[in-house]
Design a protein around this ligand. Structure first.
Ligand SMILES: C[S@@+](CC[C@H](N)C(=O)[O-])C[C@H]1O[C@@H](n2cnc3c(N)ncnc32)[C@H](O)[C@@H]1O
Length: 247
């Protein structure tokens, strides 16, 4: 912990010094975050706001994590279930899932080393929880047909349809028949999804990584890959949660 804060303040001082030199040239240096690595950036923003990381994310990004899990996930699992969260980031939802699964298996999968290492120390120890750094296009499980539920939030809102398709194929492979995949996306066919696009583009610095898909597109891929949609739940941040059941 101490090491991190020392190196953070060193980086800030170096940045300030170099920027002071570059300023007359109208140039500045800025920190580059690895692709999609939101967790480090969010930790810094939470620190600046003086808040616990996931209390900050819940407030800043309108994510009532426990309420959404109680509505969408907890009725479909028990303490002995085998579940997987893809793209947990700072663990806003993960912390509640980690409490829930005490005797089954909870697999946490992310492409970002920083997120995985952060969660290993952030989450209370749970022998049922397993951490996996993945390739970014596959689930790190060899066996098929054993998972009860997959969960993924705010990840398909920021990747293109190819990744969505690939991960649907992967969840279709590892889920049991009758198992569920719960995920959210920006549905551009809905008023809420459209509003996200318009409001984002009205910002001084829009988020260019956002991806928006139509209801028809998502439904087509979900159905093609062996699922049926059993629930749609609009979130307060403009995305919609889909609960897809493996046939
Ligand atoms: C915007 S964050 C969302 C974090 C968390 N689910 C939440 O709702 O607060 C997206 C997360 O997905 C991960 N991610 C992005 N692309 C990925 C990919 N192709 N495969 C695995 N993880 C990915 C990122 O590293 C990050 O942790």
């Amino acid at each position: 912990m101490k090491t991190t804060s020392v190196s953070d303040s060193m980086i800030t001082s170096i940045k300030r010094g170099i920027n002071a030199i570059l300023s007359p040239l109208d140039l500045q240096i800025t920190r580059i975050y690895p692709n999609q690595a939101c967790t480090l950036q969010w930790l810094e923003e939470a620190k600046q706001a003086g808040m616990e990381i996931n209390e900050f994310i819940e407030k800043d990004q309108l994510k009532p994590a426990l309420r959404e899990l109680e509505k969408l996930v907890f009725p479909r699992i028990s303490a002995t279930s085998r579940i997987c969260e893809l793209g947990p980031g700072s663990g806003c939802y993960t912390r509640h899932l980690n409490n829930k699964i005490s005797q089954g298996e909870f697999h946490i999968v992310d492409i970002d080393t920083f997120a995985i290492e952060f969660l290993k120390s952030y989450l209370p120890n749970n022998p049922a929880t397993h951490f996996h750094l993945n390739s970014g296009t596959s689930l790190p499980f060899e066996s098929d047909g054993w998972l009860d539920l997959g969960f993924c939030t705010s990840m398909f809102t920021g990747v293109n349809l190819t990744y969505f398709y690939r991960y649907l194929q992967e969840f279709s492979r590892v889920l049991k028949p009758g198992g569920f995949f719960v995920f959210d996306h920006f549905d551009i066919s809905t008023d809420a999804g459209w509003k996200v696009l318009i409001e984002n583009m009205a910002k001084k610095d829009p988020v260019y990584a956002y991806n928006y898909h139509s209801t028809e597109t998502i439904d087509k891929v979900v159905s093609l890959l062996g699922f049926k949609i059993v629930d749609r739940y609009p979130t307060i941040r403009g995305s919609v949660f889909i609960t897809a059941q493996k046939l």
